[in-house]
Ligand binder design. Structure first.
Ligand code: NAD
Length: 360
């Protein structure tokens, strides 16, 4: 089959890690009889340098025309880069917010997986890291507190700020359906996280999740309060399969889940819309401190590409092959600098891409 993939190399290490991921995709296509047609677009600082804005309408049209979008990372050093002297709506990150909005990406998926080969990097107790974990957080991305009405006023000489947290049942239902569909392909358990003992929006969240659950009798659903979930993630992460939650809780919990793996260069992510379309990117930023040195870890981007095959292109077997190739590279002792430990073999970004290609 032929597929069109729009790529956003972006800034910093972005072009290096996307180049490594493209190599792996080409090898996968050749092995399994597919063809990936790549088209690069500019976003972030790279677009500002050429067009004066972080994302053009033409670039958005190219992204919309593709079967999926694969991104590196955007942004520069926020203290020194001239991009951050521009007004906020013209800075690199404005491009990311715009593309998410234009593509209607309302569900953010962040897997947190502890590879046994890297369990030493895990910050949790040894018995917890030895047990391993493999969970995915499905976070609502376009509603809730971050998108509600906000204002700052002064009342009787006292400054007062107001943020509004709103969810309607349709916003909850569509992201819940995504979570249950993902659970179907995994270990068939959804933990829905809310604050239903306090918030009305959480009580509606819980009711709608239960309605959706009725359509998925094979999937176990449980509800957990967000404060308890934050504790359980460090105490016993192996209990989780799919965590479903609203925007702000997901923002915080997904960073916590990333951190307990101990290796930011390994963590993939996806943002999906109503259809199968999605934007796939590593969880980390553009790492300007190591850009252009061929030392970045490309694995988060390569695993994001695997997610793209699984969720947007329905190529599960091919996604499995990439994930197995990454695991083999780690098992064979190859490490980029960020995950290097004594006794392993240090390799660069491009070489890591080649090793993973050879394993497919
Ligand atoms: P960062 O994730 O870029 O870097 C944090 C630290 O992790 C750095 O020491 C970096 O060298 C290291 N690191 C990150 N990815 C790595 C990799 N693949 N291999 C090896 N080491 C890696 O976070 P930051 O420094 O806070 O942000 C830098 C820029 O990235 C900023 O402009 C920020 O706005 C942007 N950013 C973009 C995105 C995105 O595009 N979605 C996300 C987060 C940050």
């Amino acid at each position: 089959m032929n597929y069109n993939i729009t790529c956003i190399p972006g800034d910093g290490i972005g072009p290096e890690i996307v180049a490594a991921a493209k190599k792996v995709l080409v090898k996968t296509a050749n092995t399994y009889g597919h063809h990936f047609e790549f088209k690069d677009i500019l976003m972030g600082g790279a677009s500002i340098d050429v067009h004066g804005i972080p994302l053009t309408d033409e670039a958005i049209a190219d992204a919309k025309a593709a079967d999926a979008v694969l991104m590196g990372s955007i942004g520069g050093d926020t203290n020194t880069s001239p991009w951050y002297k521009l007004e906020p709506s013209k800075r690199p990150e404005a491009g990311l917010l715009k593309i998410r909005k234009e593509l209607g990406l309302f569900a953010n998926l962040r897997p947190a997986l502890l590879y046994s080969e890297l369990s030493d990097a895990c910050v949790l107790k040894k018995e917890t890291s030895d047990a391993g974990f493999d969970l995915i957080i499905v976070r609502e991305l376009t509603g809730g507190l971050y998108f509600g009405e906000r204002k700052t006023i002064t009342e009787n000489g006292v400054r007062k700020a107001v943020d509004t947290l709103t969810y309607d049942e349709n916003e909850i239902r569509r992201v819940a359906v995504k979570a249950f569909e993902i659970a179907k392909k995994r270990r068939k358990k959804v933990t829905s996280v809310d604050k239903a003992n306090v918030l009305d929006s959480s009580r509606l969240w819980r009711a709608v999740v239960n309605e959706v659950a009725a359509d998925y009798p094979d999937i176990t659903v449980e509800h957990m309060l967000v404060d308890n979930c934050a504790m359980q993630l460090v105490k016993d992460p192996a209990q989780f399969d799919v965590i479903l939650t609203e925007n702000m809780f997901g923002d915080i919990l997904s960073d916590e889940a990333s951190m307990i793996t101990g290796s930011i260069g390994m963590l993939a992510s996806a943002s999906l819309n109503e259809t199968k379309f999605g934007l796939y990117e590593p969880s980390h930023g553009s790492a300007p401190d190591i850009a252009g040195k061929d030392i970045a870890n490309p694995i988060a981007t390569i695993l994001s590409a695997a997610m793209m095959l699984r969720f947007s292109l329905d190529l599960s077997k091919e996604a499995d092959a990439i994930e197995a190739a990454v695991k083999k590279a780690l098992k064979d002792g190859y490490r980029t600098g960020d995950i290097y430990t004594e006794g392993t073999t240090k390799v660069g970004c491009s070489q890591m891409g080649d090793i993973i290609c050879d394993n497919i």
